[in-house]
Each structure stands twice: as structure tokens, then as C-alpha cells.
Design a protein around this ligand. Structure first.
Ligand code: PLP
Length: 236
């Protein structure tokens, strides 16, 4: 028995892909330069298998425990990205599953990832999460701390810093969203020029269902999309 509509997911995904292509065109970018991370935190294993059939190859989850259950079934048929906040006591499991951790925002966490990755002879790709909107409740380091943070964690041998991630503020003010996303790009450019990391180029993970088109215009390399793929449009 199917609890979801295969046609709906296929239609939604096609529409997301079209919107990505159009935004790339508008920004004069190649669509191959934008990776689609399909965020499956609200999706079942069956739904994940469906998007894999439709050509998705990167799955984004925001909780290690949920991802572990799904990973048991799906395994390495996809690359797994952790997009949500990571607690240090979950790092041991996280490094076994995820090819990219988007949410590194403390030295303590980076240190633990370095240690646990080392134990399994892995070099763990990570992104630094930045709180570009300055909202108090959100995870992520402050933009003004980013340079020092990069310097500090670039010393860990089992971590490879691939770029930066942010979550734009929840608002209808597109101007404000654009400002935050642009701030992340400018920060990336500053860090790149400072030559702190040799792991170049630094990628930008930004853009979700509500703002991925603006994010692509502002230079996003990785959009993280859930609702636009799995939700019935009638349900919003
Ligand atoms: C849930 C989530 C997404 C996807 O959000 P949608 O609005 O469903 O597209 C992206 N990034 C993070 C960090 C998330 O937790």
C-alpha cells in the first residue's frame, strides 16, 4: 500500500528542477553548478526510494537518529548530508553516515568530529554554519567570528572544510532574505581571499523551499529542499 502519491512527487520534483534551471538562467549560471539536496526529514523510506528513482542522489536529514534508521534501508544508494544541528554525543554515529555535515558551529563540535572521524580513518567534509541573519534563536557562528573560527578548525587533520551554510530568516521580506544570503557569499569571498584554507573553492549551502531561487541568484552552490518536493501543494 502506498501512503504517498508517486505522481505528486515526480511532478513536484520536475517543477523544482525547472525553477532551479530558470533561476540559473536568470543569474547567468550553469545549472550543473547547483546541487540539489533533497531534504527528507518528513519523508518515509518509500518516499526516499521514489526520489532516488527520479534521479536524486543527495539526501538531507536533520537528525542523526532518523537518518540512521533510513540509512539502514537505503545505505549508500545516496550521499547523506546532515543539515540539522549536531550534538557532540551524536557525532560518533554521524561520521559513519554522512558524507557532508552542514552544521558545524562550535570548536567543541569540530574537535569531536575530528576525533571520531579519525577513529574510523575518515576525513570528514563539513560546512561551517553561519547565523547570517543575527537572529538570537538560530544556530551558527556570528559572521564576525567566522575568520577566526576557520583558522581554528582548519588545524584539525580529519576535517575538510568545504564551505559555509546558512538558514535565511523566516520572513516575507525578500529584501532581508537576499541581504542575509548575500552576506554569506561576501563572507565566503573574504575567507577565500584570506587563504586560511587550502580547501578551495568554498561552497555555499543556502536556499530552502521558501527562498531557493533568491539563493541561486546570490550564488548558492547547494540548495536544501524538502517541502517543495514532498508536500501536496494544496496543503501549502
Ligand atoms: C528542513 C530543512 C530544510 C528544508 O526546508 P524546506 O522548507 O522543507 O525546503 C533545509 N535546511 C534545513 C537546515 C532544514 O532543517
Amino acid at each position: 500500500m502506498l501512503f504517498y502519491s508517486v505522481t505528486m512527487i515526480a511532478d513536484n520534483l520536475e517543477s523544482v528542477r525547472q525553477r532551479i534551471r530558470r533561476s540559473c538562467e536568470k543569474a547567468g549560471r550553469s545549472p550543473e553548478g547547483v546541487q540539489l539536496v533533497c531534504v527528507t526529514k518528513e519523508a518515509s523510506v518509500e518516499e526516499i526510494e521514489e526520489v532516488l528513482r527520479l534521479g536524486i542522489n543527495i539526501i538531507g536529514e536533520n537528525r542523526v537518529q532518523d537518518a540512521a534508521l533510513k540509512y539502514k534501508v537505503i545505505g549508500d544508494k545516496a550521499s547523506w548530508h546532515l543539515v540539522g544541528h549536531l550534538q557532540t554525543n551524536k557525532v560518533k554515529d554521524a561520521v559513519k553516515i554522512f558524507s557532508l555535515i552542514h552544521s558545524v558551529d562550535s570548536t567543541k563540535l569540530a574537535k569531536e568530529i575530528d576525533a571520531q572521524a579519525g577513529k574510523i580513518n575518515k576525513r570528514q567534509d563539513i560546512l561551517v554554519q553561519v547565523n547570517a541573519s543575527g537572529e538570537g534563536t538560530k544556530f551558527g557562528i556570528k559572521p564576525e567570528e567566522a575568520l577566526n573560527f576557520f583558522k581554528e578548525i582548519s588545524l584539525y587533520p580529519n576535517i575538510i572544510i568545504k564551505g559555509l551554510m546558512t538558514i535565511a530568516p523566516e520572513t516575507d521580506d525578500v529584501g532581508l532574505i537576499r541581504l542575509c544570503l548575500r552576506r554569506l557569499r561576501e563572507l565566503r569571498d573574504r575567507i577565500y581571499k584570506s587563504q586560511i584554507t587550502n580547501h578551495k573553492p568554498l561552497l555555499l549551502s543556502m536556499g530552502m523551499t521558501s527562498d531557493f531561487e533568491v539563493a541561486i541568484e546570490e550564488g548558492s552552490d547547494m540548495v536544501r529542499i524538502g517541502r517543495a518536493i514532498f508536500r501536496d501543494k494544496g496543503q501549502g
